[in-house]
Design a protein around this ligand. Structure first.
Ligand code: 5GP
Length: 206
């Protein structure tokens, strides 16, 4: 039987580059599935239904919660965001590694649902660098940049919950580190499966 896939939970400060890392990894390797979230926030310019998000009304989202269709959900900036359960569980069962790019509250809940998931927090090497990247985007004004920095202060206490802190200084190096984490997690889970089966066989034969 094929090994189960690994659920990879990626969070990070806004401006840390988590979106770029996950996009690059998916394009370069082709072996990952990306979970598409449901949200009640309105689509931004250029975003598409079913590509970036599944856009829902509050009523639709609350029905998904009531019907237990979400693996996790959170309220972020006044909108609901959640991970549809069926797709993720199906991909994992088929042996594909699935990436969830979600914020810290959702990430802290996911472990209860999928205990063997691996959680990665992406950060720039320094706070100054984070500020520099936010300013460099050129899309935000001073107040928005300060708002994002303040949110980073609120998110920092969640960092110890993550299995790995991925410092995104250089994109290629960050991608290599990501791949190493996933590979090592596969080795761990394969080893656990194999030794458990062997132990059961030995005990049966005694
Ligand atoms: P944005 O509105 O900028 O697309 O996303 C805002 C935040 O919501 C980001 O930190 C993003 O990672 C997070 N997010 C996106 N989808 C989900 C989800 O399904 N669950 C949770 N908990 N957070 C999500």
């Amino acid at each position: 039987m094929k090994d189960r896939g690994i659920l990879i939970v990626v969070s990070g400060f806004s401006g840390a580059g988590k979106g770029t890392i996950t996009r690059e990894i998916i394009q370069r390797s082709g072996k990952y599935a990306l979970s598409i979230s449901a949200t009640t926030r309105a689509p931004r310019e250029g975003e598409q239904e079913g590509v970036h998000y599944f856009y829902k009304t509050r009523e639709e989202f609350e029905r998904m919660i009531a019907d237990n269709e979400l693996l996790e959900y959170a309220v972020y900036q006044g909108n609901y965001y959640g991970t549809p359960k069926a797709y993720v569980l199906q991909q994992l069962a088929e042996g594909r590694d699935v990436i969830l790019e979600i914020e810290v509250q959702g990430a802290s809940k996911i472990k209860a649902q999928v205990p063997e998931c691996v959680r990665i927090f992406v950060t720039p090497p320094t706070a100054e660098e984070l500020k520099r990247r936010l300013m460099g985007r050129g899309t935000e004004n001073q107040a928005q940049i300060l708002g994002r920095m303040k949110r980073a202060v609120e998110e920092a206490p969640y960092m110890p919950l993550y299995d790995h802190i991925l410092i995104n200084d250089d994109l290629d190096k960050a991608i290599e580190a990501f791949e190493r984490i996933v590979q090592s997690e596969h080795m761990k889970q394969t080893f656990i499966g194999e030794i458990t089966d062997e132990l059961i066989e030995i005990v049966k034969g005694e």
